[in-house]
Design a protein around this ligand. Sequence first.
Ligand SMILES: [Zn+2]
Length: 495
Amino acid sequence: MLVPHDSLRGLARRALCVALAASLAIHPVAAQLPELGDASQSVLSPAKERSIGETAMREIRQYEPSYIDDAEVEYFLNRLGRRLVQATDAKPEDFLFFALRDPTINAFAMPGGFIGVHSGLVLASQSESELAGVLAHEIGHVQQHHIARMLDKQSGASATMLAAFLLAILAAGRGPSGSAMAQATLAGTQAALIQNQLSYSQDFEREADRIGFQTLSASGFDVRGMANFFDRLGKAMRSSERSETAYLRTHPLSVERMADMQGRAQGAVPGVVADSNEYVLIRAKLDAEAGLPKDALARIQARQAPRRQDQAAKLYALARAYTRDNRATEAQKALADLRAMRFESPLVDSMLADMLLRQGKAAEAEQVCGQAFARYSDARFLLLCQVQALTESGKPERAAQLARDALVDTPNDERLWILQAKAYAAQGKVVEQQRAMAELYVVRGNLIAAVEQLQLAQRGGGGDFYTQSAVDSRLRELRNRLREERREGRPNGLQ
Ligand SMILES: [Zn+2]
């Protein structure tokens, strides 16, 4: 791995803990529930909301293995989420959906359109419409600025402090599994108070339900999905399976809410909505990754697969679980059976490429990803695969070129900056590698580390005149930004 995470993480975490302590000291957490008002009443500007969400997101990304750093999972969630957002008056590009590895059934929205989904929620959903129903509800919270309106009480605080506060709230809401997050910094009673503060009011919940239902219906999903799912959650809560009810701690479910949802669903014309192939495969992937490899394998082998999609999902999950268990031959056999079914999905192509890479057949993998990307141009993980395969098959110049072209339009793609840095490293182009790393740190909001990389590039003196001038001017730019941020009181160059 090219990135020296650890020292940075420590730094970020310390900064956040300080901010958190300050936030709690200045604003003692009185567990007062927010009143429902006009959505435009929020005093937080859209820019501040975005800034809070981005800061919290940067922290969350560092909580591996909790944060699922997986381009395929991200692709699926964002395709589903953006299809829903498209049915509203919001802009799809203002939302980002991400996954956390956590067996509890939960989803949460942060200011600025960042929506987190626990793997437990995806696994517990019994259809794509059910999952869509929960996402539509969260989108409703974002659209109505519910979280921002709850954070409003801290409106004197900086975005960094609010982000820290938000993370503490989320950690408390996540129960024992949240302990890896900011919860550790809180005394038990404070955590409990914060947790109370997080719970949306029943009015907010009803508003998110109503908007969510419209979104679900307008985007062509089965509108019964929402009521069915909440009905199951409610039953799980009554049978006191604590792990199943994390969602209900933050989104209180009332008899009225349930009746409203069922009423709305009954009034609608039921339609059969097929699950996408990507939904069943991503569910299978998360399933294969849960628990110990041997347990996952046994669980998947025992599964019934009555329908064609179930059979495909089972083979896909088996291939993943065998791979985890280092049984390459069995994994390849499962994939061959899946491909024989002609079950079309970019995820199947990606799995084939992954196995070819594992066998050292990088040139073949590059062919597979390149052809698949031409067909599924929104499946960005295929582009990442192509860049990686080009580097590994001895064509790092083409890999770097491909990454450079793609980064023009998507300069925030962390994975692509990493792959570009690797492509330059493979060519021995140290300065270019350091420039790519610097841009990676900029995307991560760590200007200090970005400046350090460029200083190394400057001192090393490699590269031609043009490269060095580019390093000089970027360095000046970032130093200015860092100075500005320090003036504004943002610590450590973290925004
Ligand atoms: Zn809610």
